[in-house]
Design a protein around this ligand. Structure first.
Ligand code: ATP
Length: 235
């Protein structure tokens, strides 16, 4: 569905992605793992059209994405739920969710999607009139994912959904990510929490300083002793 092949991307002189390739098959959850600065967010920026590689290709269902501006990429169904939430704090939960649907042409179906989002996140339904800025960290993360879902993504890009959240809430959010995927949305999951991410993903890539250093099915990566040592806190 989405293919990145042999790209190089820079911020000025900083070489953020080096001969970098990944492949996301339709219907799967693919995870990008790696330490701070490994290039995970830069990969999402390339897909969203915010960072232009100097070489290589990026295609979505065979179509070259590199010629399109970010708004066109959103309208093709590639939607990011950003790191750090970035919800509108002075708007209510429901206003935030409705804002996520602004690019949709099928306005008549928006209410249905809203119900669906409330099914995934009953906590958002209970708080639909509450100002988003007063939500807990976990609830804000749910809202960020819910808002992305309102755009009816074909490919959902999740940037560190577990960041700063308590383990029980992380478990909840990952269960919901799995559910969203089972109902047909392809997911690219960027995470530092390797164990949680691999436990729901189909396939994973491990990044170090802008390069893919390892890849494989989630099962293979979970069972690999080097990876266990470096990323899963095991031995
Ligand atoms: P984190 O988990 O800390 O966000 P990451 O894996 O997402 O890490 P990136 O944000 O993709 O890493 O950063 C990759 C490299 O590019 C890092 O060395 C970073 O310092 C650099 N970088 C990122 N954004 C910029 C920028 N706007 N200007 C200059 N350098 C940048």
């Amino acid at each position: 569905m989405l293919k990145i092949e042999n790209i190089d991307a820079y911020y000025g002189f900083i070489h953020a992605l080096k001969d970098f390739s990944i492949n996301i098959e339709e219907g799967k959850i693919v995870t990008l793992l790696g330490a701070n600065g490994a290039g995970k967010t830069s990969t999402l920026k390339v897909i969203s059209g915010l960072l232009n590689p100097v070489k290589g290709s990026v295609t979505f269902n065979g179509e070259n994405l590199l010629i399109y501006p970010p708004e066109k990429i959103v309208s093709m169904g590639i939607i990011q739920s950003p790191e750090g939430r970035q919800i509108f704090p002075q708007f209510t939960v429901e206003e935030n969710l409705k804002a996520g649907a602004y690019t949709r042409k099928d306005k008549e179906n928006i209410a249905k999607t809203l119900d669906k989002v409330y099914d995934y996140f009953p906590r958002l339904k209970e708080r639909k009139k509450q100002y988003a800025g007063t939500l807990s960290g976990g609830e804000q993360q749910m809202l960020a994912i819910g808002r992305a879902l309102m755009a009816k993504p074909k490919l959902l890009l999740l940037d560190e959904p577990s960041l700063g959240l308590a383990p029980l809430i992380v478990r909840d959010i990952f269960r919901i990510i799995e559910e969203i995927n089972k109902e047909g949305t392809t997911i690219l999951l960027v995470e530092q929490n390797a164990y949680q991410a691999l436990s729901i993903a189909d396939y994973g890539y491990i990044l170090e300083t802008g390069k893919v250093v390892s890849e494989g099915s989630a099962k293979e990566l979970l069972g690999n002793s080097d990876i266990k040592k470096a990323y899963l806190g095991g031995n």
